[in-house]
Design a protein around this ligand. Structure first.
Ligand SMILES: [Zn+2]
Length: 181
């Protein structure tokens, strides 16, 4: 109940995460056992944030996910702790350098511009957040590749991992791409 109340406060008709205050946590607690209570769909969706971190600034982390995808999806403790803590180290480094999202921190939004739009367009009930971000990362990577800001090899590598993780990458055919804007 508390979660849905919190969600409602963050979501406005134009989308989510558009209003709010910056408030740094005093402590970050991660209990990988909690993941074992979730359906596979949520595990796969959650993994997108680790994959995203790999793409935006940590190639070895991306490689680790490529090499250990099965162990991750089978919720192997050691592998999970390793990749989740590495993703957190990256996030903490970014946030420490740019607390108020004035520049660097915007890299954390990779895939989220399209992703948040997709979530809003489908009224937050078709996709898990991570699934919408997966489609968003694919769209952003495609756009960046077209603009020659992302190499075709990296684009294909990201695409292959998202597909192996059974995350969606295709823009839904019943939505008009222009309405994302
Ligand atoms: Zn996210």
């Amino acid at each position: 109940m508390q979660v849905s109340a919190a969600r409602q406060r963050l979501i406005i008709p134009k989308g989510k995460n558009l209003i709010g205050a910056f408030h740094q946590p005093k402590l970050v607690v991660i209990d990988v056992d909690t993941l074992k209570t979730l359906p596979q769909r949520d595990i796969r969706a959650g993994l997108i944030e680790v994959i995203k971190m790999g793409v935006i600034r940590d190639e070895p982390l991306f490689e680790r996910v490529e090499e250990n995808l099965e162990a991750i999806l089978n919720l192997d403790d050691t592998t999970l702790i390793e990749i989740i803590s590495q993703a957190c180290v990256n996030k903490a480094e970014i946030v420490a350098k740019d607390e108020k999202e004035s520049g660097l921190r915007m890299v954390l939004n990779y895939g989220h511009t399209f992703g948040h739009a997709l979530e809003a367009m489908t009224h937050y009930n078709r996709y898990r957040h991570g699934e919408a971000v997966s489609i968003g990362m694919h769209c952003a990577a495609q756009l960046a590749t077209n603009l020659r800001m992302f190499s075709e090899t990296d684009f294909q590598r990201q695409r292959a991992l998202l597909k192996r993780a059974k995350l969606p990458i295709t823009f839904p055919t019943d939505l008009i791409p222009r309405s994302v804007m």
